[in-house]
Ligand binder design. Structure first.
Ligand code: UT7
Length: 401
């Protein structure tokens, strides 16, 4: 069978119009705009209005993506919604979306991989197209996290927001779409980010409600450490595997969880800020929707242009991660066959591969070195932080006497 690729031909996004700022949150929990901005980079997030759900937002984003791709819903073969906040525990949000779109012949299922879900979905749908089973697929990342967070828990409620992003994939004979990818999971840390109640291990009960176990719980520090490590390591591996010279990666779109995580990981990769898409200050962490929203905005802002290479990298509950190097070419290009390249181009390509190998080695060394430095310095920072806190407490007690 001739080689097939899955081209991204359409994209769309939807965010609710209601804005919840850090100042609004100051009225709800013991927090401050200053703490949230310095620790996360988030300034505001969107929250659904009454009647808006994961499916209604997915529908709005999908209609845009389908119109852009000029694909009729009835021609879709597959619909995947990546989400951890479906409208109902059963059936899937994807089946409800399929009906709302009128995509009668499409298979439909939800994909749960936390904040890595959109990239997991993209890779999954691409596989169905590349094997020849399907021609057209719709992949959505959508979340209504405002319904899943505990609005009395300042550790989590300041982080999350609602939204949906969608892309349409179509079969293509030209090498485009996902060129290399890595999907991963480290289940050893499954309890670092979880909803403890409501599943069969701890079904809904009065006790679950009273203990607030139906809300999201997170060990932020554990996730932070995992995220900074996995993002730089996985991006390094997948870019090398793709064969795309490092300098030809025009943009990286990371999961929008925390500006500090993104900054640290991108510094390890030696990437300047202008090559990194960040929009979390306006939307917060929208989990499986975040990369899809950032992708749509990158295209709209002209930061992602035809023939560019973009790296998508996500991490989240599981703990999972997902990285993909994507060739962005929404319209059919004029084909240039690699075998027709003159000698000069082929030599330049070899030189670029060598430069990528050197970059790969440098990132590996710098990631190990910065992790070793963190391992040495962290106990010291924790100790000195506690000491400072105790001193302040002692001073406050003495002053109040
Ligand atoms: O989508 C993937 C899932 N999530 C993530 O990627 C999250 C990864 N983790 C993080 O982004 C960060 O760990 C957080 C933003 C969640 C927290 O930042 P941190 O720098 O790790 O803070 P921390 O948890 O170490 O807390 C530092 C202090 C604590 O006070 P003490 O013990 O030092 O007195 C917290 O109680 O900050 C306190 N704190 C707050 N203060 C004001 C925690 N939350 C808040 C808050 N406002 N909202």
């Amino acid at each position: 069978m001739a080689e097939r690729y899955a081209r991204i031909t359409g994209w769309g996004m939807y965010v609710p119009s209601r804005v919840l700022t850090n100042h609004d949150l100051e009225q709800m929990v013991d927090t401050s705009d200053e703490w949230i901005v310095t620790r996360t980079g988030i300034r505001e997030r969107r929250i659904v209005a009454e009647g808006e759900t994961t499916v209604t937002m997915s529908l709005a984003a999908s209609r845009q993506a389908l119109a852009q791709a000029r694909v009729l819903p009835a021609d879709l073969d597959l619909i995947i919604i990546a989400t951890s906040t479906p409208d109902y525990l059963c059936p899937s949000a994807s089946s409800i979306l399929q009906h709302a779109l009128g995509a009668r012949k499409a298979a439909a299922f939800d994909l749960v991989a936390g904040c890595s879900g959109f990239v997991y979905g993209l890779v999954t749908a691409s596989q169905f197209i590349q094997t020849g089973l399907y021609e057209r697929a719709l992949v959505v990342g959508a979340e209504t996290l405002s319904a899943g967070v505990d609005w009395t828990d300042r550790d989590t409620c300041i982080l999350f927001g609602d939204g949906a992003g969608a892309v349409v994939l179509q079969a293509s004979p030209y090498p485009t779409g996902i060129l290399a990818a890595e999907l991963g999971s480290d289940g050893a840390d499954w309890d670092a980010l979880m909803v403890p109640g409501g599943g069969c291990a701890n079904p809904f009960s009065q006790g679950v409600l009273e203990r607030r176990e139906h809300y999201l719980r997170m060990d932020g520090r554990r996730v932070f450490k995992f995220a900074t490590h996995i993002m730089s390591e996985s991006v390094r591996r997948v870019v090398s595997q793709s064969g795309v010279p490092w300098e030809e990666i025009e943009l990286v779109i990371p999961h929008q969880a925390n500006a500090r995580i993104i900054e640290l990981a991108m510094r390890r990769l030696g990437l300047p800020p202008e090559k990194v898409m960040v929009n979390l200050e306006r939307y917060g962490n929208t989990s499986a929707a975040s990369i899809a929203l950032a992708l749509c905005e990158a295209v709209e802002e002209g930061r992602l242009r035809p023939d560019d290479h973009v790296v998508l990298v996500g991490f989240g509950a599981g703990l999972t991660w997902a990285t993909a190097v994507v060739h962005w070419q929404p319209a059919e290009p004029e084909g240039i066959l690699v075998v027709d390249w003159p000698v000069r181009e082929r030599l330049a390509q070899q030189a670029a591969y060598l430069r990528t190998a050197a970059w790969n080695a440098r990132v590996a060394v710098s990631t190990r070195a910065s992790e070793a430095a963190m391992a040495v310095l962290l106990p010291f920072y924790t100790w000195s932080g506690r000491r400072r806190k105790k001193k302040t407490e002692r001073r406050t007690t003495t002053d109040s006497r």
